[in-house]
Design a protein. Structure first.
Length: 281
């Protein structure tokens, strides 16, 4: 989702100067032919974003406070690893194909994966106007990793938005405040991560994955307007079909009451044929 928010922001910023300053002129057939022959639009981007608070309000509210998004260097661990604070080297190619489909490809100027970092001060549940209670769900979140692929396609034949992405989380820490649990050194990697690390160590190499299948989790999903699931009578709902998710996860330390109780590992997690229907009630 992060990629979708970033692309929406880029599109809005890129369009604003043209809407404000362009003079509309009639185009002749020759000029129209030249436009048709163009290959698309490329946007190069570097940025760092800070948000004081994001709040969703129903009767009560869910608030996310002190959000920072940028390069891996916005986190202490990412900075220590030598990354800077900018989400940079981004190259976004936007094309409208002959069949009307739209294609957005997020790549890089230097050919390397995009390093990202994020910190969040807290996530809270807040009472509405009749109450004063609040609960801190998560606090002190800090994480960084890499984005290896983000391709977004709008299919005009099915009205589906398809998202295909490959990414990892190199290190993430956070506290689950209301449960007294701390998560330390969490990694999300490709589904071949543990196998490749074990093979590397057995061969006398470093404990690191060696292929994209080991380095990057893979996610593919479709988003569209549809109907509810099973016996549901809901219509015009937001449908999210998760075609596949493949990943390995490792948590270096789980703390309860500030004391570590050990580590966790999830090997070859596969989520397939999963469908969600989202609508108001």
């Amino acid at each position: 989702m992060k990629g979708l928010k970033k692309i929406a922001l880029v599109a809005a910023v890129a369009a604003a100067p043209f809407a404000a300053h362009a003079e509309l002129q009639a185009m002749n057939d020759s000029a129209m032919g030249n436009v048709t022959g163009q290959a698309g639009v490329t946007i190069e981007l570097e940025t760092q974003v800070s948000i004081g608070q994001f709040k969703y309000t129903d009767e009560g509210s869910f608030a996310v406070n002190n959000i920072v998004l940028g390069g891996a260097g916005v986190t202490a661990d990412g900075a220590a690893a030598g990354y800077n604070t900018l989400l940079d080297q981004l190259k976004i190619d936007i094309d409208v194909l002959d069949d009307g489909d739209a294609s957005i490809h997020v790549g890089t100027l230097d050919g390397l994966p995009i390093d990202w970092g994020m910190t969040v001060g807290s996530m809270e549940l807040l009472a509405g106007s009749t109450g004063t209670d609040s609960t801190t769900l998560i606090s002190n979140l800090s994480g960084y990793g890499n984005l290896a692929q983000l391709d977004i396609t709008v299919d005009t034949a099915t009205d589906h938005l398809n998202i295909a992405t490959a990414f990892n989380v190199v290190d993430m820490d956070f506290d689950v405040e209301f449960m007294g649990i701390g998560i330390r050194d969490m990694k999300v990697m490709g589904a071949a991560f543990f196998e490749e690390v074990a093979a590397s160590v057995a061969g006398g190499g470093s404990a690191a994955p060696t292929t994209p299948a080991g380095m990057f989790a893979a996610v593919n999903l479709d988003v569209y307007k549809g109907v509810g699931l099973g016996a549901s009578t809901a219509v015009d709902v937001l449908r999210v079909d998760v075609n596949n998710v493949y990943l390995d996860m490792a948590i270096g330390g789980v703390e309860i009451g500030g004391t570590s109780i050990g580590s966790l590992a999830i090997d070859n997690l596969a989520i397939t044929n999963t469908k969600l229907a989202v609508y108001g009630h």
